[in-house]
Design a protein around this ligand. Structure first.
Ligand SMILES: *[C@@H]1O[C@H](CO)[C@@H](O)[C@H](O)[C@H]1NC(C)=O
Ligand SMILES: *[C@@H]1O[C@H](CO)[C@@H](O)[C@H](O)[C@H]1NC(C)=O
Ligand SMILES: *[C@@H]1O[C@H](CO)[C@@H](O)[C@H](O)[C@H]1NC(C)=O
Ligand SMILES: *[C@@H]1O[C@H](CO)[C@@H](O)[C@H](O)[C@H]1NC(C)=O
Ligand SMILES: *[C@@H]1O[C@H](CO)[C@@H](O)[C@H](O)[C@H]1NC(C)=O
Length: 791
């Protein structure tokens, strides 16, 4: 059934203002709207609401409508679902309840579900439309297909539309597409050329829903209206930097199959943030109505971006991502995904106007808050001697606040020490009553604030723009390919990069803070950073042995077996070097179960190890007889010393048992061992010292909260462990930090939490004794296996 509502005729480009394109003035008539994927999530959440709003706005325009939800399910199954969705649409406040009910009723009657799978079904749809046009004696205005389906289906559907659903002569065809538009430049080209076989460029409407956000759409008008203020300062002399930030708190659970193929750069930076960057930096067109000129200016900015290489980006991945991937993709638990869920990219526009101005594009999942904004931070060269709170001392900035965050509503904010912006049009208002909040370092009262009179959903905006044929709000093929052209080399460069793991939420602390150095960007704190060129030329995904940084020191990581192999080789190398230089090698080894594999390796594979010239010392010992299994020495003896040709007088167990008693202060065992060290070890500096780390962060037998700083300069001390046997003898930090080389060996999944924590904590030997390991003149290397590093 058709309900034809013809009232008054009003201009189609309804909303007045700056972004109009006169070329698209169109005749009124009948419009068929088809949402392919019309019962899917996006349709349910945004699209039907958007089309209902369009319908309300157009009711009195002289246009008539019919709406179709297309889908793969048969109509008898999907129709009830479809009508459930339609029942949820709502009117804006300015529509009375009765009128709203009437409009909804009409909207429902104009809508139907159709199975759209085969070419015949598309042909049937076309016949249906044509028959109705005829029966109602209506002229056709156009057909709008909204493809809310996975991108792989685009080409096929576009082909069917071209073959069977083109409108009658004189009417328009608009086909709306949702990202992803390809995966890189090549795939985007392939998709574009496939679509190009079926659709003309002006028939394609690629959605970037960011362009429908009210604040984003207002960037151009703002720049134009405030030209007289901005012209003098919109340049490298005044702009400190530009930040475009989209922070999210959600994870990607449930969407991994999609997300793991894309990652944050493809998902939001290549498109949304890049478009915002263009709007902020491109030359204002002389004729805003000319989509050609707007596109040309945008292309100009894209082509003057300096190439993005690996040094222009840092990437991260939230900690739980890995297990989500394993679960959703049905992978074993040694599967690792390198897909970034966080990225910070530093871009530079190579134009005289912006030379040297850093443009930061940042986005991530599982961050501390949900917020999106673009900030232009200006230089402030005023030095305030006394009153730092005076307005001229504060940051000068313009913030395009897309929404959420502390402010909670979309707004354009100009700090009061810049200028008072012109109020753009009746759709925007000034906000003068403020809640007590701060936005990007300034109390809200230090800003001039403008906000839309009425907040509108981006999709609703864009649907009205599609209808009005405002192509500037959409991504043309040329625009799309130019953007992929920028991002593809970076994506290729990052392909083997190991993302920094972050815990998520406020626990991230300053882990993801970045630091700009010239054209390069890096994480501000050095934690686990591994880049593919540090991986020793091994193919990115095979993960043999990687080198990187952990707590500012060098790190070697690999699967357990390779790691132990590597550590053993490093010890032998140190031994040969020491023997070559001084005829002797002093090796201090710790106890526990972690080094067993290393001991076996040294015993069984290192036949050329200079054991004859090696002295073996203990890092720590439990206060038990050396003949007991619990003794560290006993373990060492059994697993290593028995199997190698080392002179017995080169072996130095700790004297924990003296006068038939264990670790009694007065017996002076610690002093005895210290003396032995001083006598034999040149400068008391061990050549190689092997440490482990316990779950509580202890290393050697130096435990948390045990007043380690009271040990003074002694090299050996009696200490207390929280677990049995409580009494221990241990080298102190004084001894450890004099060593030429210290290896910290951490292995096993059980240590992953600890490693994650250690990657974040500051030096605090009292709480985390291992953070006190800082060889003064030597070198510390962490040996961490993948289980401990990656969980
Ligand atoms: C109601 O609000 C909508 C959305 O802002 C607007 O497009 C429409 O013109 C308004 N209608 C009336 C009757 O004021
Ligand atoms: C659409 O289909 C026709 C033939 O069915 C073909 O000639 C044309 O090239 C196709 N593409 C476009 C953009 O019209
Ligand atoms: C601006 O561009 C539009 C669309 O291309 C065109 O119709 C109009 O004549 C142009 N205006 C001026 C002043 O050039
Ligand atoms: C997961 O993998 C196992 C073993 O390969 C297989 O038997 C199972 O069917 C898979 N499950 C899913 C949901 O793919
Ligand atoms: C002992 O160490 C000092 C300083 O490191 C060095 O100059 C000296 O040669 C070393 N002595 C021996 C015997 O290796």
């Amino acid at each position: 059934m058709f309900v034809t509502v013809v009232l008054l005729l009003v201009a189609l480009c309804a909303q007045g203002g700056n972004g109009e394109e006169r070329e698209t003035v169109q005749r009124s008539g009948h419009v068929s709207v088809v949402i392919v994927g019309g019962t899917g999530d996006l349709a349910k959440k945004y699209l039907w609401q958007g089309f209902f709003q369009l319908y309300i706005n157009q009711v009195s325009s002289g246009n008539t409508f019919s709406f179709y939800a297309g889908g793969l399910s048969p109509a008898d199954k999907a129709t009830p679902i479809f009508f459930e969705i339609l029942k949820t649409v709502s009117c804006t406040n300015n529509v009375s309840q009765e009128r709203c009910a009437l409009l909804k009723e009409q909207f429902l009657r104009l809508s139907q579900y159709r199975q759209l799978k085969s070419l015949e079904e598309y042909q049937d749809l076309a016949k249906h439309i044509e028959k109705q046009l005829q029966e109602e004696g209506m002229k056709e205005a156009g057909r709008l297909f909204y493809l809310s389906v996975p991108a792989f289906a685009y080409a096929d559907i576009a082909d069917k539309i071209n073959n069977s659903c083109r409108p009658t002569a004189g009417a328009w065809l608009r086909v709306v597409l949702e990202k992803p538009f390809g995966h890189d430049l090549r795939s985007a080209q392939v998709l574009a050329s496939q679509l190009g076989n079926s659709l003309k460029e002006e028939e394609m409407y690629r959605i970037d829903h960011y362009l429908g956000k009210q604040v984003v759409a207002q960037i151009f008008p703002f720049r134009i209206e405030n030209k007289k203020f901005l012209d003098p300062i919109w340049n490298k002399h005044h702009i400190e930097r530009v930040e475009i930030v989209l922070k999210e708190t959600l994870d990607v659970k449930g969407r991994i199959a999609f997300y793991d193929q894309y990652g944050v750069i493809r998902d939001v930076i290549q498109n949304h943030l890049t478009e915002v960057m263009a709007l902020l930096t491109m030359r204002l067109p002389k004729n805003l109505s000319s989509s050609e000129e707007v596109l040309q200016n945008k292309m100009q900015i894209f082509s003057s971006l300096l190439p993005l290489g690996k040094n222009q980006a840092v990437v991260g991945q939230y900690q739980a991502y890995k297990s989500e991937v394993q679960q959703e993709l049905n992978k074993t638990n040694d599967h690792i995904s390198l897909t970034p869920t966080f990225a910070a990219v530093l871009a530079h526009v190579d134009e005289a106007q912006y030379e040297g101005v850093p443009v930061l594009l940042i986005s991530g999942k599982m961050l501390d808050e949900r917020v999106g904004y673009a900030r232009i931070l200006f230089k402030n060269d005023i030095f305030c001697l006394e009153n730092h709170n005076a307005v001229h001392c504060k940051p000068k900035q313009i913030v395009f606040y897309f929404g959420h965050g502390t402010l909670k509503y979309p707004a354009i904010l100009v700090s009061k020490n810049l200028f008072k912006p012109v109020l753009m049009n009746s759709e925007w208002k000034e906000v003068t009553e403020h809640a007590d909040v701060s936005v990007l370092g300034l109390p809200i009262s230090d800003y001039y604030v403008q906000t839309p009179v009425e907040q509108r959903e981006a999709y609703t905006e864009l649907i009205s723009h599609i209808f009005a044929g405002r192509r500037n709000s959409f991504i043309s093929t040329e625009n799309l390919l130019a953007s992929w052209d920028i991002w593809t080399p970076l994506l290729t460069g990052l392909a083997g990069t190991y993302p920094r793991i972050y815990p998520g939420g406020t626990d991230n602390g300053d882990l993801l803070d970045v630091c700009l150095k010239g054209k390069d960007i890096s994480y501000n704190s050095e934690v686990v950073i591994i880049s593919s060129d540090q991986m020793g030329g091994t193919p990115a995904n095979s993960f043999q042995v990687m080198q990187g940084k952990f707590r500012s020191s060098d790190m070697v990581s690999a699967w357990a077996e390779e790691l132990v192999e590597r550590l053993a080789a490093d010890i032998q190398e140190a031994a040969e070097e020491a023997v070559h230089d001084s005829g002797v090698f002093h090796l201090a080894l710790s106890g526990g179960s972690t080094p067993l594999a290393l001991f076996h390796r040294l015993a069984l594979h290192h036949f050329s190890f200079p054991w004859r010239n090696t002295h073996v010392w203990m890092v720590d010992e439990r206060c038990v007889p050396l003949t007991e299994q619990e003794s560290n020495f006993y373990t060492l003896q059994n697993h290593l010393l028995e199997h190698v040709r080392i002179p017995y007088y080169n072996i130095h167990p700790m004297p924990v048992q003296l006068n038939q008693r264990l670790c009694v202060e007065e017996d002076g065992g610690a002093q005895l061992y210290e003396k032995e060290i001083s006598n034999l070890v040149n400068g008391s500096r061990f050549h190689f010292l092997l440490l482990g780390v316990g779950y509580d962060g202890h290393t050697a037998s130096l435990f948390p909260d045990s007043k380690l700083d009271e040990l003074g300069g002694s090299l050996v001390a009696l200490t207390e462990s929280p677990v049995k046997p409580h009494q221990r003898m241990s080298l102190t930090f004084s001894a450890i930090n004099q060593a030429h080389r210290v290896a910290l060996l951490v292995m096993g999944k059980g240590k992953h939490e600890l490693i994650t924590q250690l990657s974040r904590v500051k030096d605090n030997p009292n709480k985390w004794p291992v953070t006190g390991v800082k060889p003064a003149k030597g070198r510390l290397v962490w040996y961490i296996d993948y289980d401990a590093l990656l969980g």
